[in-house]
Design a protein around this ligand. Structure first.
Ligand code: ZN
Length: 240
């Protein structure tokens, strides 16, 4: 059965800035959506200016993994949509939060912290060290690889201790960062992955693409489990 993926971005891809479109002709939503080709995936693209921020009840009920990229417009996402997404995650939908999605309302809500971090934009070299090579998300990924240019995200990253810490990023300026983190919330899994500044080529890197593909498969909603969810739990979630 195909994994149903919804790739969400705050920008309508056609209205992305020229610098973004130069790097990613179909915007970030297109860059990420294009990582999922073939019959094993059903991919939908959604963005903020659509009705109900592109995340209607029908869309989320038909989504196994929601991939979230946002930066400047986190505050524009309506709270009721955040609550709706939270409910779907707790019922089993996977959520992948990329790069500057760290301060999105939905990630803050699910973490219970500010999710702030230190940063500077110097387009410097980043080396990513895989520290859990046996984890399915890191299958086929070398023990370390380099991105020639990324935005520096540094500690302290204000998140609760991840249920699994899969990779660390080191930057030429000497900073370090927990760059690949996995969390469990309710019946759902949440994966945060740091690379992906909008004007830099990280989403063309084969190792970054591999990690995002592996993660989508790993965190996808377990539809069998979804059907078996205890009704009391489902009712409690409706009170959110
Ligand atoms: Zn950035």
């Amino acid at each position: 059965m195909a994994i149903k993926i919804t790739v969400w971005n705050e920008d309508n891809p056609l209205e992305s800035s020229p610098d973004v479109l130069k790097m990613y002709p179909e915007g970030l939503v297109g860059a990420v959506a294009d990582m999922f080709q073939g019959a094993e995936y059903e991919v939908r693209r959604a963005w903020l200016s659509q009705e109900e921020a592109g995340l209607t009840e029908e869309v989320l009920a038909d989504t196994d993994v929601l991939i979230w990229w946002g930066h400047c417009k986190h505050w524009m996402v309506p709270d009721e949509i955040v609550t709706r997404v939270q409910g779907h995650v707790l019922r089993g939908m996977g959520l992948m939060v990329l790069h500057s999605g760290h301060e999105s309302k939905i990630f803050q809500r699910l973490m219970g912290t500010q999710c702030s971090l230190r940063w500077h934009e110097m387009n410097e070299k980043e080396r990513i060290f895989v520290i859990e090579p046996s984890h399915p998300i890191m299958r086929g990924v070398p023990l370390h690889f380099e991105l020639e240019a990324e935005e520096m995200y540094g500690e302290r990253f204000d998140i609760p201790a991840p249920d699994a810490l899969l990779a660390l990023g080191w930057y030429h300026s000497g900073e370090v960062f927990r760059s690949a983190c996995l969390f469990n919330r309710g019946y759902g899994k949440i994966f945060y992955f740091q690379p992906g500044h909008e004007t830099l080529p990280s989403y063309h890197n084969p190792h970054v693409i591999r990690i995002i593909q592996n993660a989508a498969r790993y965190i996808a909603r377990d539809r069998q489990l979804d059907r078996e969810l205890h009704s009391d739990f489902a009712e409690a979630l409706e009170q959110l």
